[in-house]
Structures are given as structure tokens and as C-alpha cells.
Design a protein around this ligand. Structure first.
Ligand SMILES: Nc1ncnc2c1ncn2[C@@H]1O[C@H](COP(=O)(O)OP(=O)(O)OP(=O)(O)O)[C@@H](O)[C@H]1O
Length: 256
């Protein structure tokens, strides 16, 4: 039988939220091995809540979360939530990703140091291993946090706003790193972004989320970049144009 591959993580008719407050309900979403899914919506729209519920960090308020087998997930939190790592070096931050692979009470050994070196190399910052995290640029910090996640040998990389606050060049660099990890490493990637343009050239599938509009929609990239789907997300006409092999998102001026 052919068809969509079996999901490694799924929500079925799920409600997400906190305590008694449901942000969105009836959400059905699956993530398969090798997927690249971007969750897009406005600030405060419920993206992080959806990601955390999908990962099992917080429970759904209704419906079900399915995870058919144990899954190694590398989680990359929002960068500005982790500045407390001062005064650790990049390698000392990345080695934290090894801790759950260590036997209780064991300290990281040569194999762990090699895994960290390899993880820093995969994100292109091997030479920054001994540099204090707090002195790194935003883009270098983000790569360090991705290396920490990679050091845990994940099957799924989950990232919350990985390019937030970056200049356009650093954003492209970071997204290129994710693409290389996805294509070369066979990693499934699920990321949250409030900027559609940041992910429109990288993700295979998009999920639009906005609790205020009661919007939840998921589909293949091409199906989600239509005027109709973009209108549902932005509440105005938005066009996507391709120039030089890249997609750009243009909100169109309202008629006066
Ligand atoms: N721990 C919490 N308890 C109660 N409400 C929360 C909690 N965390 C977030 N919320 C609320 O849930 C809503 C969605 O927040 P969420 O962080 O999921 O949105 P987001 O789309 O990821 O936004 P951002 O891009 O600003 O991080 C917001 O109204 C927020 O105030």
C-alpha cells in the first residue's frame, strides 16, 4: 500500500492551551520521518503552544497525542531564553546535549567530546568551541544551540523561532544550516516562525496558526502559498513571487 508515511508524532482532534483556557481546538497534525514542517503565525498566535503540545512537553486539553515509538528529539529553544549560559564556552553548552545519553552519574568522556566536535562542525562553527557563549553573535549562538540539540543524536529537530532577531544574511545562513541537516542528515525538522518569508524557501509543509482568527491549517507548501490560504492567515491580499529562484512574500497595498 502506498500513501503518506506513518507519523512519528501526531495530534488528533487535539485542543491546545493552558488550564481551562483553550487556544485552539480540533487540531489534527502528523509529522513523519524526514519531514520539514514550519509552523507560522503572528506573535501570540499559539505557535509555541502547538509545538510544545506536539512534542509532549505539555498535554493536549482534549483529543489525543500519538507517538508510536520512543523518539529522540533535539529541542532548540528561543535564543533569547538561554543567555544564562554565561560564562560557558560553545563546546560546554553543546555538551549538555549529551547528558541524557550518559549513564547516571557519568561525566562526558572522549566519545562525547568527539560528538560535540562533530556537532559544532555540522553547523560550521568548530573553530568557536572554546569561545564563551556570551561573546558569540546571535547567529553563532543559534548554531551553538542547534549543535547542542544535534549532540543528542536526534531524529527530529524542533526549533522555536530560530532566526528571531537575526539580520537577513544571518537568517539565510541559519536556514541553510537547517536545510543541510534536513537533506544530508535525514533529520525531520519542525520549526516555529512568525515570518513566512523566512521559511517559504525551505519547508516542505506549512502550518498556519492564529488563535485570534481561530485559524489552523496545514498542507504542502504550494497549497499554503495560495492567495486564499495567505488571505486566511493575514486577513489581506498577499502575493508570493519567485525571483532568482527564491520566493518572496508581498502584502499588497489596500485599495484607497
Ligand atoms: N504558560 C502559560 N500560561 C498561560 N497562558 C500562556 C502561557 N504561555 C503562553 N500563554 C498564552 O498563550 C497564547 C499563545 O502563546 P504562544 O507562546 O503559544 O504563541 P506564539 O505564537 O508562540 O507567540 P510568540 O511568537 O510571541 O512566542 C498567548 O496568548 C500567551 O499569552
Amino acid at each position: 500500500m502506498t500513501g503518506a508515511p506513518a507519523p512519528i508524532l501526531a495530534l488528533e482532534d487535539a485542543a491546545i492551551g493552558y488550564g481551562r483556557e483553550v487556544l485552539l481546538r480540533d487540531l489534527t497534525l502528523g509529522v513523519s520521518a524526514g519531514d520539514f514542517l514550519a509552523i507560522v503565525g503572528p506573535n501570540g498566535g499559539g505557535k509555541t503552544t502547538l509545538l510544545r503540545t506536539l512534542l509532549g512537553v505539555q498535554p493536549p486539553l482534549g483529543g489525543a497525542r500519538r507517538q508510536p515509538r520512543p523518539l529522540r528529539v533535539g529541542y532548540v529553544p528561543q535564543r533569547d531564553h538561554v543567555d544564562a549560559y554565561w560564562p560557558l564556552t560553545a563546546a560546554e553548552v553543546a555538551v549538555m546535549g549529551r547528558y541524557r545519553l550518559l549513564a547516571p552519574g557519568r561525566r562526558p568522556g572522549a566519545a562525547d567530546r568527539e560528538a560535540v566536535r562533530a556537532a559544532l562542525a555540522r553547523v560550521g562553527i568548530e573553530e568557536l568551541a572554546g569561545v564563551p557563549f556570551r561573546t558569540l553573535s546571535g547567529g553563532q549562538r543559534q548554531r551553538t544551540l542547534i549543535a547542542r540539540a544535534l549532540a543528542s543524536e536526534p531524529e527530529l529537530l524542533a526549533l522555536d523561532e530560530p532566526t528571531n532577531g537575526m539580520d537577513p544574511a544571518a537568517e539565510l545562513d541559519a536556514m541553510d544550516v537547517l536545510r543541510a541537516l534536513h537533506r544530508g542528515g535525514g533529520l525531520a525538522v519542525v520549526m516555529v516562525s512568525h515570518r513566512l518569508e523566512a521559511v517559504a524557501n525551505y519547508a516542505q509543509r506549512l502550518c498556519f496558526v492564529d488563535k485570534d482568527k481561530r485559524l489552523f491549517r496545514v498542507g504542502a507548501l504550494e497549497a499554503m502559498l495560495t492567495p486564499e490560504a495567505l488571505g486566511a492567515l493575514y486577513g489581506r491580499r498577499v502575493a508570493v513571487r519567485e525571483e532568482g529562484g527564491r520566493r518572496f512574500v508581498y502584502p499588497e497595498a489596500e485599495a484607497r
